[in-house]
Ligand binder design. Structure first.
Ligand code: S3P
Length: 451
């Protein structure tokens, strides 16, 4: 797929549902008693893998003709042993949250994934989950494929997150659902709290308070185990991590005006908007409201002259998936942008720090990669853009979409080697961007993932 340098984008877009919330809606629905109806579920490959896994564990899950999803749950502790390997595809969230659920179920299951997921660290969840009594047999370095033998009589967990990770926090809380007594998680850096919000929505008793953790301000999350989760309606807001692509494209193309409706504004997800506004991005936030227990707003992004900024490490968890697209904005900004606290980017769908640096250098942008930070020398206008060599996307949807956005705002087209990963989170990305006026060229039939 090639993105061609373009002119102003305009229009209003309907964005896909939030990936994090979609996974959780299916999982909590499967653990609840009764019928959970989900509106706006992201029908991307990652989430469809979670739906397939929850079905294999005995939940009944159906999509109705109107596009609503229905989950008839089995109740906590009542999932059944899957008859085959659970293939979580490209999804770290799917795999890690599911391991939390399985840890406190008396069954044996085997999990695998694609070449990207099989490289990603799982010990960050299997280690804390072992304390509830579950046994994990993994490849070297705790990698997939791995076998989990869930605990028959799970113990509650008490865990302080060593890395700021909502996936690890959620895995521990999900295991705690099956254990008697109270499960406790302490996080020093706040990470997305979709699990906590949704657990409360489904009737679990979950509390959060500020504490002093050995001299550090921290949050303590306490979950009362073995609740009866009650099936609820879930309305999935649109995904701020997907909104980021048309948003940045609009800022980079002079004269653009793009309206994005109902974008998730959870404070633990909105670091990109704060940063782009600091860079001088014209982003109007309108009609703030709540939808399904999450804050949302309509955003209007207009073509802007951006300037480089320094992004503090404390902000990284609230925009952890947005650094690839921020780096593209930084490439077009005037002056240097320095991003700190990026260590976690090395264990995403690809080593994103390396992938961004390699790709930007190939597009003629000055970039310096440090172990946990990235410096981009902005071009103060259109970056040079691609050469004959394609950008390697390395099974990483956000790398693919980010470099396509760069191509729209560059002097020369940018070519990426593989469009298929985009379907994990944003199957309609190309159509939607083209609807706004972007010019992409792709081989026939290569735009959409086929289940
Ligand atoms: C997610 C948490 C983040 C994020 C991922 C989704 C979640 O990962 O990068 O895309 O849904 O909990 P970490 O928890 O590993 O930071």
């Amino acid at each position: 797929m090639t993105a061609r340098p373009g002119t102003a984008l305009s229009g209003s877009v309907r964005l896909p549902g939030d990936k994090s919330i979609s996974h959780r809606a299916l999982m909590f629905g499967a653990l609840a008693v009764g019928e959970t109806v989900i509106d706006g579920l992201l029908e991307g490959e990652d989430v469809l893998r979670t739906a397939a896994a929850m079905r294999a564990l005995g939940a009944q899950i159906e999509r109705d003709p109107a596009g609503r999803w229905h989950v008839w749950g089995r109740g906590i502790g009542a999932l059944e042993e899957p008859a085959d390997v659970l293939d979580m595809g490209n999804s770290g969230t799917g795999a890690r949250l599911l391991l939390g659920i399985l840890a406190s179920h008396p069954l044996t299951a085997v999990l695998t994934g694609d070449a990207s997921l099989r490289k990603r660290p799982m010990a960050r969840v299997t280690e804390p989950l072992s304390a509830c009594g579950a046994v994990f047999i993994a490849r070297e370095g705790g990698r997939l494929p791995l076998t989990v033998i869930g605990a028959r009589d799970p113990l509650p967990l008490d865990y302080r997150l060593p890395v700021p990770s909502a996936q690890v926090k959620s895995a521990v809380l999900l295991a705690g659902l099956g254990a008697p007594g109270e499960t406790r998680v302490v996080e020093r850096e706040a990470t997305r709290d979709h699990s906590e919000r949704m657990l409360g929505h489904f009737g679990a008793v979950i509390r959060r308070r500020q504490i002093d953790d050995e001299g550090h301000a921290a949050q303590e999350i306490l979950l009362t185990g073995q609740p009866e989760l009650i099936a609820r309606a879930v309305q999935v807001p649109t995904d701020p991590s997907s909104a980021a692509f048309p948003l940045v494209a609009a800022l980079l193309l002079p004269g653009s005006e793009v309206r994005l409706a109902g974008v998730g504004m959870n404070p633990q997800r909105s670091g990109l908007i704060t940063t782009l506004q600091e860079m001088g991005g014209d982003i109007a936030i309108e009609n703030r409201r709540h939808q399904g227990g999450e804050p949302v707003a309509d955003l209007v992004a207009r073509g802007s002259r951006l300037k480089g900024v320094e992004v503090p490490a404390e902000r990284a968890p609230s925009m952890i998936d947005e650094f690839p697209i921020l780096a593209m904005a930084a490439a077009a900004a005037e002056g240097r942008t320095v991003m700190h606290g990026l260590g976690e980017l090395r264990v995403k769908e690809s080593d994103r720090l390396a992938a961004i640096a390699r790709g930007l250098a190939r597009c003629g942008v000055g970039v310096e990669e440090q172990p946990e930070s990235l410096t981009v020398a902005g071009c103060g206008g259109r970056p040079p853009g691609g050469n004959a060599q394609a950008i390697e996307t390395e099974l990483d949807h956000r790398i693919a979409m980010s470099f396509l956005v760069l191509g729209l705002a560059a002097e020369r087209p940018v070519l990426i080697d593989d469009m298929t990963p985009v379907a994990t989170s944003f199957p309609d990305f190309a159509d939607l961007m083209q609807g706004l006026g972007a010019e992409f060229a792709a081989p026939e039939g290569a735009l959409k993932w086929q289940p």
